[in-house]
Design a protein around this ligand. Structure first.
Ligand SMILES: [Zn+2]
Length: 318
């Protein structure tokens, strides 16, 4: 398949083509909703593949907006996904006047749009490091950044998009992680993304958003995040339980986060943040590859794979 990379700034003509496509395949996609029940042997998400994607990201160095490593990592994401048959859109924005950033959107399938997102930038300073001498150094972002992107990249390979009956919108958010640094704030990329939702190709009216962030810790404890939409949490955590992951994806509430799910919630779009905030290396120079495990990445990836391939079922309680 030929790779397709667009800038969202000039997609106006493409939208007509897309609407035609959606009209022709959307109906059949919708018929498939909820009918496909994947057997365990159809789970293809590989924790080892995902872990390799963490290493690849760390090899680019810190992914600080405006730096070479950040640009190279974004280019890698775009290249890999477009070569994998995803339609890729780039959404440029300027978090600071002097800094260029971009959200990356990869789209496949037909039917209602759903967003699966992660931030791909890493934090400028390791200001939570116990050693003051390290606090002006960058965060390697093995878990905080690379783990979420790794899950999305491996989902892009392994997910049976047709079985989901959805338009899958993988979003790589930029400029998430520089809150409390002068001139910056948290979640700048997702804020920009949601503020321009109407102009997005294919993903402008998402049914929900699922964010994965800091989910690769070898000592994994992903609790129910308190700001997340409850009926979605119920559904995803139930799938994790069915897969035998309750020890790690824990059915108890803990932490209320500001993260890339926040702008979606503020726009009344149901959203979930899958995050393991019990991570002693958060915003330190020790947030490195050895803290992340293939098993942890696999539990998150497989939970999402199975739930999505079932048609992302949930029971709305309101
Ligand atoms: Zn962070």
């Amino acid at each position: 398949m030929e790779s397709i990379i667009h800038s969202i700034r000039d997609y106006a003509i493409e939208i007509i083509l897309m609407l035609t496509l959606a009209a022709s395949v959307g109906f059949f996609g919708y018929l498939g909703y909820g009918l496909v029940q994947p057997a365990p042997d159809t789970i293809t998400f590989s924790g080892e593949e995902a872990l390799a994607h963490v290493k690849t990201q760390l090899d680019f160095g810190p992914r600080i907006p405006g730096t070479k490593g950040h640009k190279a990592l974004g280019d890698w994401v775009i290249r890999e996904l477009s070569e994998g048959g995803w339609e890729v859109f780039i959404q440029p924005f300027e978090p600071l006047e002097t800094v260029e950033a971009r959200n990356i959107l990869a789209v496949s399938g037909s039917g209602p749009a759903v967003i699966i997102g992660a931030h791909y930038d890493s934090r400028i300073f390791a200001d939570a490091d116990p050693n003051p001498a390290n606090r002006s150094k960058p965060v390697p972002g093995g878990n905080d950044g690379a783990s979420g992107v790794a899950v999305l990249m491996e989902l892009a390979r392994s997910l049976n998009v047709a079985a989901s009956g959805k338009t899958i919108c993988l979003v790589f958010f930029d400029a998430e992680d520089n809150g409390r640094i002068p001139g910056w704030d948290w979640i700048l990329g997702s804020r920009f993304f949601v503020s321009r939702l109407d102009a997005l190709p294919k993903c402008s009216d998402p049914e929900f958003a699922v964010i994965v962030d800091m989910i690769g810790d070898a000592d994994q404890q992903v609790y129910r995040e308190k700001n997340s939409t409850e009926f979605l949490v119920n559904a995803i955590w139930a799938t994790a339980s069915e897969l035998g992951y309750s020890e790690w994806i824990i059915d108890e509430p803990r932490f209320a986060m500001t993260d890339d799910h926040t702008p979606f919630l503020e726009a009344n779009i149901p959203a979930v943040d899958m995050i393991d905030f019990d991570y002693p290396y958060w915003h330190t120079v020790e947030d490195t590859l050895d803290k992340v495990s293939a098993e942890s990445l696999a539990r998150i990836g497989r939970t999402l794979e199975v739930w999505l391939e079932q048609g992302a079922p949930y029971i709305r309680d309101n």
